[in-house]
Design a protein around this ligand. Structure first.
Ligand SMILES: [Zn+2]
Length: 710
């Protein structure tokens, strides 16, 4: 969800850049206090033209702050060096916190143009700081003398973290190597943007237009209505338009009887970025892999994965490979069993003695849904009426209240960037303010696909020791309301909302004096706070709290809850296999050690080969194919997609602790989880913090059981 090291990544070499002219300064909302409640971004005043001057002024101020540290003639100590550095870059953080999040949810050609202009500047700015020899000398002095400086535990940790950050950002390299690193970083920043922009274009360029009603056979009415509305929007009234956004795509793959059209949608989705057109990502991938390997080599690592993993809980590629390999084998076997079940049930031709017909990749959703109905008498459409967006959202607020005493009050006076975005004031059990929560629910063309949690501003102390509450944004792409029917979520969307909400609780609860450690956890820990919330969402006791029929208010009947529970293990072979296959693909790319191999790489062939090596069944592809794997090529998850699974072992073990206590809302455990795993999670290494809560290392058993692998 968040990468805290932005300050060190953030950059500045631009000497002689003009700061803003006084007129635009006066009107630029970034350059003075917003004057809003909690200093929430003044979206009603922010215009695209404000970004660039604010970035430039932000870099200028940051540079001046760094120079002040460097020019200080006193002996370097914690306060005049580390503390001052920790609190620098406020304005740059302020504009970045808005711009880069708007890039993801309010994208436009103009925004892309600004990003392309500003990214190289910011990257260079970050490199200037990270490779500033005087600054590093001072940080190193404090690091070398920390034992004599009477520092407390947290101060020691901050010093060690920053020292390591500087080393990992090139401070210890010679001049020639530093110049090369700068070039690599700058190019990578551009390529990563390009990858994301290509993907966005590929997402929005595809539409399936249906003009024959017969082709809608099998589809639920809500999806047909939504497709008709989309057609109207596109000026195709009387037809039906399906897109590659999940609320449109998944019901089509699941219900449409027309297998040819299902196959067309499936291929359009999986081949994004691989169409040999101007938005093709294969060349981008090759160049990125080559640059990443060169970067890792500069730091003495044999591959990029090991450079990344060195600061994660997992530590190295072998640990991750073994972890993924063990799970993959059982998951793939389970998927084979699921395939057999589907084939036996549905894929005969007229002659019962004939061999079952082989099912196709694009058939999996369709037949698995039929299997679910046959085996568990369960259909997503039975539960949707109980899962209105309002009920699901209020349910997660209620659960957080029962666990931690926090409350959520809707505000109508906070500026938002798009009509319909909701804002809530979040208060702690004692009434103190934790921050603001922004909820942005529905797809639009300017929004990336998927769901995420991010911040306009993280909670933290400023240089004057004043605490600023967090401003957190959750972005989703859920099924919208249609006609008189409110937005009714499926189970995946329900879990997704609780998941992203879990990230926000981590952000709201994080407390700590220093930005470097406050709430800052290794990448493979980040999904623990989010994924653990999904467990509560699915417990019968909790479902009864929030799942009420949108028309009658009737609580979801026990018989239906039972069916939902019984089918919890349904299709887990498929789900786990596609997830782990993508994680393995990510690792294989980043374990390459030979630059010539990368330069001669056929991206598609490499993917096919790697998937064949692990024996991935033919009906399943990795959850993301290489050319649309935004997580690893434009989203900061390179050599890190495994982190979802790594953290799932933690969250299943942690939740099991609650269950075993006999009380899902056990106050003692909730308090301990909040303090050790959310509030003070940055105070020590991930496993140390986890063990403070759990009393022992996690067991993998609850994970294996939850995934049906044991
Ligand atoms: Zn997450």
């Amino acid at each position: 969800m968040k990468i805290k090291n932005t300050l060190i990544i953030i950059a500045m070499s631009i000497i002689g850049l003009t700061s803003c002219k006084s007129d635009s300064c006066n009107q630029n909302p970034f350059l003075s206090d917003y004057g809003t409640y909690l200093e929430a971004p003044a979206f009603d005043k922010i215009k695209n033209e404000h970004y660039m001057p604010a970035f430039i002024e932000g870099m200028k101020q940051h540079k001046a702050e760094i120079e002040a540290i460097c020019n200080n003639t006193e002996t370097p100590d914690f306060n005049n060096t580390v503390w001052a550095y920790d609190k620098s870059g406020e304005l740059l953080g302020k504009v970045s916190g808005v711009f880069f999040n708007m890039m993801e949810c309010m994208n436009s050609d103009e925004m892309q143009q600004i990003a392309e202009e500003v990214m190289p500047l910011i990257t260079a700015h970050g490199d200037d700081i990270a490779m500033n020899p005087v600054l590093f000398e001072k940080i190193k002095y404090v690091y070398d003398h920390r034992a004599e400086m009477n520092l407390d535990d947290q101060q020691n940790r901050v010093v060690e973290k920053y020292y390591n950050d500087f080393i990992r950002s090139g401070a210890g390299l010679n001049e020639e190597e530093q110049a090369k690193l700068r070039e690599i970083n700058e190019r990578l920043s551009i390529l990563s943007l390009q990858f994301g922009n290509n993907l966005l274009k590929e997402n929005s360029n595809y539409k399936l237009v249906i003009d024959n009603e017969k082709d809608l056979a099998g589809m639920p009415q809500s999806s047909i209505d939504a497709a008709a509305e989309q057609a109207k929007k596109d000026g195709l009234e009387g037809k039906w338009v399906f897109t590659l956004s999940k609320p449109s795509l998944i019901p089509f793959l699941t219900y449409a009887d027309n297998s040819m059209l299902r196959s067309e949608m499936y291929n359009a989705y999986y081949n994004r970025g691989d169409n040999n057109n101007e938005y093709d990502n294969k060349a981008v991938i090759k160049e990125m892999l080559a640059l990443r390997l060169q970067k890792a080599q500069l730091f003495g690592f044999d591959n990029y994965a090991n450079y990344v993993l060195d600061v994660n809980m997992a530590k190295d590629d072998k640990t991750v490979d073994k972890f993924l390999g063990d799970i993959f084998y059982s998951a793939n076997e389970l998927a084979k069993k699921e395939r057999r079940e589907m084939q036996n049930l549905f894929c005969h031709d007229e002659d019962v003695h004939a061999e079952p017909i082989e099912i196709q990749r694009s058939d999996w959703w369709y037949f698995s849904e039929k299997l679910r109905k046959a085996k568990y008498d369960f259909d997503e459409n039975y539960i949707r009426p109980y899962l209105s967006l309002d009920n699901v959202r209020n349910g997660m607020f209620m659960a957080a209240n029962k666990l931690y005493g926090v409350t959520f009050e809707k505000r109508n006076d906070i500026p938002v960037y798009f009509e319909g975005v909701e804002t809530y004031e979040v208060k702690d059990f004692d009434g103190s303010i934790l921050g603001l929560l922004y909820l942005d629910f529905y797809p639009r063309e300017s929004k990336s696909s998927g769901a995420w949690c991010t911040s306009f501003r993280e909670g933290g102390y400023d240089i004057n020791n004043v605490w600023h509450p967090a401003l957190i944004q959750l972005v989703m792409n859920f099924t919208p309301a249609s006609g008189d029917t409110p937005a009714l979520l499926n189970w995946d969307e329900t879990e997704t909302m609780w998941h992203e909400f879990g990230h926000s609780l981590h952000a709201f609860f994080s407390k700590g004096r220093y930005s470097r450690t406050c709430g800052n956890v290794p990448h493979d820990y980040v999904e623990l706070p989010s994924q653990i919330m999904e467990n509560w969402a699915g417990e019968p006791e909790v479902i009864r709290m929030y799942a009420k029929h949108y028309k009658t208010g009737e609580v979801m009947p026990d018989s239906l809850i039972e069916k939902l529970e019984n089918s919890a293990l349904f299709n887990q072979g498929f789900n786990t296999t596609e997830l782990i296959a993508a994680s393995i693909l990510d690792m294989k790319f980043h374990e390459l050690t030979d630059i010539d191999v990368i330069n001669n790489l056929d991206v598609d062939e490499f993917e096919r080969q790697q998937m064949s090596n692990i024996g991935l069944i033919q009906q399943i592809q990795p959850r993301y194919r290489s050319t649309n794997f935004g997580h690893i090529f434009s989203g900061g998850y390179s050599a890190g997609y495994y982190a979802y699974t790594w953290a799932e072992v933690l969250d299943k073990d942690a939740f099991n602790y609650f269950k075993e206590s006999g009380d899902l809302f056990n106050q003692k455990l909730a308090k301990s989880f909040r303090i050790n795993c959310l509030q003070e999670c940055g105070n020590d290494e991930g496993m140390v913090q986890y063990k403070k809560f759990r009393g022992q290392e996690p067991s993998i058993e609850p994970y294996l059981k939850a995934r049906g692998l044991k």
